[in-house]
Design a protein around this ligand. Structure first.
Ligand code: AHR
Length: 519
């Protein structure tokens, strides 16, 4: 399998090479060459997917306020949230978990809301879940958002029959017990759900299984998740935690490939031993988080190498369905609700991660940031009637140009961002070409202190117009609050020129730039 890579300078730099490279650059300069008439692989829009778990205020108070709420809603779903997410074209939404998925019994969440049984959400704060948001509400949410559902079924504590019936309920068009039940509950047409997860983190909260045991269970569950009509399920095996290569290898070896379309992987950018504050950090912790983010590249490559070995034709997709930063919860909030602020530092983690994913789009078919609203690296915060969007939201807005665009080969020379004797590449870039021939260039300068002068050469086409937007803020811990909602937000980039297919610009310290280049 052939893979596209940027130059070594865009990945983890070997120390010696980085030293000589920096010596050859006068001051802070970077150069980028993009071959706009080349490229083989499409960046699936599903890499820009999202995740909504029954956790804290992601669903309740986030997406869902109920039909009787005074907060403007459509069938109980917040209008402001739907509007904001429609603006960034979210391609898919994963639900109902996470760890919650493996203790969720879907039949508790259908039928008249007042008759639905309650349960304890043991993973997330021990709160009572009243099941008022269930299958029909989630599918309505996806329809309002214009997004594809990605449902994660319960393998950990559920049965093969239960999961099989859920698929039938959602997707069967004819006469059957489950299709009839769906009609009884008010939905005539099947929804035709495609993305189907078979368990979540089954090495941990999803049942503490061994890889071998999970692979055997997967074979049973996947067999009975049937295709109905023309709908073809895209079945996703619950994947590994970060560096657990044995998990990926065992699944690739033990699960027949005709039973599996994707295999998931989770990686959180955090220091598990001391997660630290989302907002109170100095340069050392800033550097540390970005260093940890950079190691996503290595983690992805190690899992992809295993997949390449067992699936050289690339039939099975890598599904990076939980990623993002994970800090201590905000003081005074429920520790089980995982609510954290979101700063410019998080915007960098989002932008870098998306660059890494774009670059590996040949194998990576989907990804889901954790999580959409009020949980972990959220895009949106809600507080009663109020809503705000975070710096991470703005990255997804800027980067939406890459959805279903052709990944372009590029060669990047970047200076280093050094702190306390250690270095990271200062600049990271991702380039693509949309169907309408527009070239999209995302540029990230993580150096909080130094600007970078950049020259971009576009080869293989004639380009005469460039526009751009820039996301930056006074400090790396700048963030939006309900009192000041627009501290971090993108503005038009004024100072960018193109002449004879060469773009010149200054990339300010701690900034993210999105360029659109046309003929
Ligand atoms: O996103 C929060 C939790 O992190 C998910 O429920 C679980 O899958 C992961 O450990």
């Amino acid at each position: 399998m052939k893979r596209q890579r940027t130059s070594f300078a865009n990945t983890a730099l070997p120390v010696v090479a980085a030293f000589f490279l920096s010596m050859t650059l006068s001051g802070q300069q970077a150069s980028l060459v993009i071959n706009t008439d080349q490229g083989e692989h499409i960046i699936s829009r599903h890499i820009y997917g999202h995740f909504s778990e029954h956790l804290g205020h992601c669903i309740y108070g986030g997406f869902w306020v109920g039909k009787d709420s005074s907060i403007p809603n459509t069938n109980g779903i917040r209008n402001d949230v739907v509007d904001a997410l429609r603006k960034i074209d979210i391609p898919n939404l994963r639900w109902p978990g996470g760890c919650f998925a493996d203790e969720y019994h879907w039949m508790d969440g259908i039928g008249p809301a007042s008759e639905r049984p309650k349960m304890v959400n043991t993973h997330w704060g021990g709160v009572t879940e009243d099941n008022s948001f269930g299958t029909h509400e989630f599918m309505d949410l996806c329809e309002q958002l214009g997004t594809e559902p990605y449902i994660c079924g319960n393998l950990g504590s559920g049965t093969v029959k239960e999961m099989s019936q859920w698929v039938e309920y959602l997707n069967f068009d004819g006469i059957s017990p489950m299709a009839d039940l769906r009609r009884l509950n008010g939905r005539e047409e099947p929804w035709g759900v495609r993305f189907w997860g078979i368990g979540n983190e089954n090495w941990g909260c999803g049942g503490h299984m061994t890889a071998e045991f999970y692979a055997d269970q997967y074979r049973r569950f996947a067999t009975y998740c049937r295709n109905y009509g023309r709908n073809r399920l895209y079945r996703i095996a619950g994947g590994a935690n970060s560096e657990d290569l044995n998990w990926t290898e065992t699944l690739m070896k033990n699960i027949p490939h005709n039973l599996m379309d994707g295999i998931s992987l989770h990686y959180y950018t955090t220091n598990w031993r001391d997660k630290g504050s989302a907002t109170e950090f100095g340069e050392e912790l800033y550097f540390d988080i970005l260093r940890r983010c950079l190691s996503i590249e290595r983690t992805l490559d190690r899992h992809i190498t295993i997949m390449d070995q067992y699936d050289p034709v690339g039939r099975i997709g890598l599904i990076f369905d939980e990623w993002g930063t994970w800090y201590d919860v905000e003081p005074g909030t429920n520790p089980g609700f995982l609510f954290q602020q979101n700063t410019l530092r998080d915007a960098f983690v989002a932008a870098l991660t998306l660059n890494y994913l774009n670059e590996r789009c040949e194998r990576i078919e989907m990804a889901n940031i954790a999580q959409t609203i009020n949980v972990l690296q959220a895009l949106i915060f809600t507080k009663d009637k109020e809503m705000l969007v975070t710096p991470t939201y703005h990255v997804f807005d800027l980067y939406k140009e890459h959805h279903d665009a052709l990944l372009l080969p590029q060669v990047l020379d970047t200076p280093e961002y050094s702190y306390n004797g250690r270095s990271l590449p200062a600049i990271s870039v991702s380039s693509s070409k949309s169907e309408n021939e527009q070239v999209n260039i995302s540029i990230v300068n993580i150096d909080p202190n130094r600007k970078v002068e950049m020259e971009i050469e576009l080869r293989g086409g004639d380009y005469g117009k460039v526009t751009g937007n820039i996301l930056t803020a006074p400090a790396t811990n700048s963030h939006n609050t309900f009192e000041k909602k627009d501290v971090v937000k993108p503005v038009t980039l004024e100072d960018v020129r193109i002449r004879k297919n060469r773009i010149e610009l200054v990339v300010p310290a701690k900034s993210i730039i999105q360029l659109k280049v046309t003929g």
